[in-house]
Each structure stands twice: as C-alpha cells, then as structure tokens.
Design a protein around this ligand. Structure first.
Ligand SMILES: NC(=O)c1ccc[n+]([C@@H]2O[C@H](COP(=O)([O-])OP(=O)(O)OC[C@H]3O[C@@H](n4cnc5c(N)ncnc54)[C@H](O)[C@@H]3O)[C@@H](O)[C@H]2O)c1
Length: 400
C-alpha cells in the first residue's frame, strides 16, 4: 500500500508553503465546489459560515442541484457552471472542493490541481489503486495539496482520543477497530421508483470494504499512519449478500428486476490490516442489514483502551481495578481545537465536525501549517477499498 512516489510530507510542505506566509494570514481564500448534491450542499452551508473564505463558484452537471442548495441556504450571486474547465478559466479560485459521486472524484481533483488549485476531496478520494497513485503523483508534480475531507477525524471524541494518544495515556499503541456500520439502503441505494442510485450500482458490482475512510481516518491518526508507521498488508472477507434483495422484494415486489438481481457486495465485510510497526486494525463495512448507526472507534495500547461504541475508557493505574470509566473524567484531554471552536461549530454538520474541519484546513493554509490529512492519507485510506476487493476475490489472501 505504498502510494507515495517518493517525496516526504515535509518536501511537499516546503514546496507549497515556502513563500509569503504573512500574506497568507490575511488572505481571503476563494473556494469552488464541484458536485452540489447532498454533500455539496453541506459544503455550501459550512463555507458560508467561514471567515476568510468565499464561495466563488460552483460546478454541477445538473444546474438544478446548486439552485436547490442556494435556495435552501438563501445564497445569491454565486456563478454556476456545468464544465469545470470553463469555471477554472473564468473564475479566480484558490481551492476546489469535490463532492461528486464516489467514483468521480479523481477527474475533477486532478483537473483542479493541474490548473494550480488546491483540492479538498470528499471520501473516498479515488476508488481504484491506479487512481490513488495518480492523485499522489499529480499532487507531487503540481505542488498542490489534495486533502481528503474526512470529517470523522474532527469528531469531538476522536480528537480527544488523539490528544490522549499523543500524551501517551494508552502507552504504546497496539490496535484500532472501527466500522462504517450504517444501514442506508433507503437513502443511498434505491430511489422510490425502483431504480438503482450510483451507490447501489457500486454495491451491485463491487465486493469489499467500499467505504473505509470514515472508519480508518481517526484510527490511522491514532496509530500514526504515514507519520512513523504505515500500512503493510490487509486481508478481507465478505459474507453473503441478502439485504438489497430483501429490501427490493419488500418495496418493489418479488418479481421486480432489482429483487431478482444478483448483488456483489456481502452484507458484512471484515478487513484486517497489519502495520509495519506491528499494530493491527479491524475494519467493518456493514450497510445492508437493519441496524443503528455505529462507527465503533476502539483505540488500544499497552496501558489501556477507549471503546467508542460504549464511550468508555480504561487506563491502567488511573481507572479503579478493572472497571470502565466515562470520558467525562478525562476532560483535561479535550482537544484544543474543540475548546476553541465548539461554540461556533454548534448547529453545523456531524455535531460540528464539518465546521471544525474546514476552519482547521483554512487555518493551516493561512499559517503554512501542513494539513492534518494530506494526499498520502487520501490515497492510503481510500486504497483499502480496491485492495479489500482483491483480497475478497482471492478467498481472503493478503494484499500489500
Ligand atoms: N463526508 C461525509 O460525511 C460524507 C457523507 C456522505 C457521502 N459522502 C461522499 O460525498 C460524495 C457525494 O455524495 P452525495 O450523496 O452528495 O451524492 P449526490 O448524488 O447527492 O451528489 C452528487 C452531485 O454531483 C453532481 N455530479 C455528478 N457528476 C459530476 C461531474 N462530473 N461534475 C460535476 N458535478 C457532477 C450530481 O449532479 C450531483 O448533484 C460521495 O463521494 C460520498 O461518498 C461523504
């Protein structure tokens, strides 16, 4: 899973931020959004609350989509394009956010970098091994950032655990566990008229962990992936596929083509990653069997562990005996970003994480700080999907 073409983070940092930092502090960053559907509308909303950032233009192949987002957020006067090349030629843009369907991030992200713009891409950044390599190559060659917008890394508990890890509370890190466990057929797979949406098309033909970044993003940061450790290999196994056929039978009838169709994606996929420094990460992809939402988020080291599902923590020498505690007793580890921004983040998406993520990324650009999630993270977190497909197809054989 080595996706870097050779440059280190610090090489790219110097290349990108070697000049004019003072002027960057005062700079107003001009954003464009490509793809203004459900998630692109979140980008519209959160950008409209940012200081030092302006939504300068948007691009969507279906202009009715941005029109809806603008109406909802009472925004006027932002130019709408259907062609990214035309938008980048005509408008003055610094950063392009990409929120097109998952398989379509690669092209707008590379077009933007080639045009000299930084890119913030939705998750996953690319859906093929080659696409992940090419994102890294393009970012290194153009000297533009390709940041993955993994908002789960900015969840309050995820950042608190990161702070605890950095303070050595868990000792030496051993293991992480997380899952994209979200029953989302009704919203993402079928429309009401019995058609497959783009997510459903993916689930019909691919079998593996198709959506790994919400799970692996925070865990990767806790385990210092790409900052001292890196993924070595994975094994992945999927069970049987039932949920999509059952849903289609119930909603569209037993003889509907979507009921009789064969879907590739197993209802539960389990992927196990080994890192070069000897840590393990278990990831689940579980979106087709009815269940409440749960990302798990377990962080375990030589001195204790955090269990996100239970929101419980145990630290040897601090917790009594072998009993769990809640995070409340650990408030001194609240992450500084949450201490500073919690009030302003209130009411924004994902419990405020979307606001905190964008504030932080813009602040990084202003101060010349290297972003928390770079193109190497984008590639390594995203490539788990196609590599897990390879492993599933080979009866769970290990894939590097
Ligand atoms: N970060 C998160 O929490 C989160 C949550 C859900 C989805 N996502 C990701 O966000 C992305 C978008 O998902 P969505 O649910 O908003 O999809 P969507 O289908 O609602 O929106 C996609 C939009 O992109 C437009 N589009 C398609 N191809 C285009 C192109 N080539 N150029 C310009 N516009 C194009 C479509 O017209 C549509 O308006 C996906 O990759 C998804 O995985 C992220």
């Amino acid at each position: 899973m080595r996706t870097s073409a050779g440059s280190s983070c610090s090489d790219l940092n110097v290349q990108l931020f070697g000049e004019s930092r003072l002027s960057d502090m005062a700079r107003h960053w001009r954003f464009a959004i490509v793809g203004v559907g459900v998630v692109g509308e979140w980008h519209v909303r959160v950008l409209s609350r940012m200081e030092n950032a302006t939504l300068a233009a948007v691009c969507d192949v279906n202009p009715a989509q941005p029109a809806k987002a603008f109406e909802k957020n009472k925004i006027t006067g932002v130019p709408v394009y259907t062609d990214i090349h035309e938008m980048l030629r005509k408008e003055q843009i610094d950063v392009v956010t990409v929120a097109t369907p998952s398989g379509d991030h690669f092209t707008p992200a590379t077009v933007a970098m080639e045009a000299g713009k930084h890119t913030f891409t939705e998750v996953p950044a690319a859906t093929t091994v080659e696409g992940c390599h090419r994102l890294v190559g393009t970012s290194e060659r153009t000297g533009r950032h390709c940041v993955i917008m993994e908002n789960c890394c900015y969840f309050r508990n995820a950042m608190m655990v990161l702070n605890m890890v950095r303070h050595g509370l868990f000792g030496e890190m051993l293991h992480g566990e997380a899952g994209y466990q979200h029953y989302r057929i009704a919203q993402n797979v079928f429309d009401d008229h019995g058609n497959l949406l783009w997510c459903g098309e993916e689930e019909a033909r691919r079998n593996g962990n198709l959506y790994p970044t919400h799970a692996v993003g925070p865990v990767g940061q806790w385990l210092n992936i790409n900052r001292g450790d890196r993924f070595d290999y994975l094994v992945s196994v999927s069970g049987k596929s039932r949920g999509l056929n059952l849903y289609a039978a119930e909603h569209f009838g037993p003889d509907h083509p979507l009921t009789r169709r064969e879907y590739a994606l197993g209802d539960i996929n389990t992927t196990l990653i080994k890192t070069v420094n000897g840590c393990t990460i278990t990831l689940y992809h579980d979106t087709q069997a009815p269940r409440p939402y749960d990302l798990i988020y377990r962080a375990q080291g030589t001195k204790g562990l955090y269990m996100g599902t239970l929101d419980k923590i145990f630290i040897q020498g601090r917790s009594k005996g072998d009993t769990w505690e809640t995070l409340e007793g650990y408030s001194e580890f609240e992450h500084p970003l949450w201490k500073a921004l919690a009030t302003r983040a209130e009411g924004t998406g994902h419990g405020g994480a979307d606001f905190i993520m964008l504030q932080r990324l813009i602040r990084c650009f202003q101060t010349g700080t290297y972003p928390d999630m770079d193109v190497y993270d984008a590639a390594d977190w995203s490539v788990i999907a196609p590599l897990s497909e390879q492993s599933v197809a080979q009866r769970g054989r290990s894939v590097d």
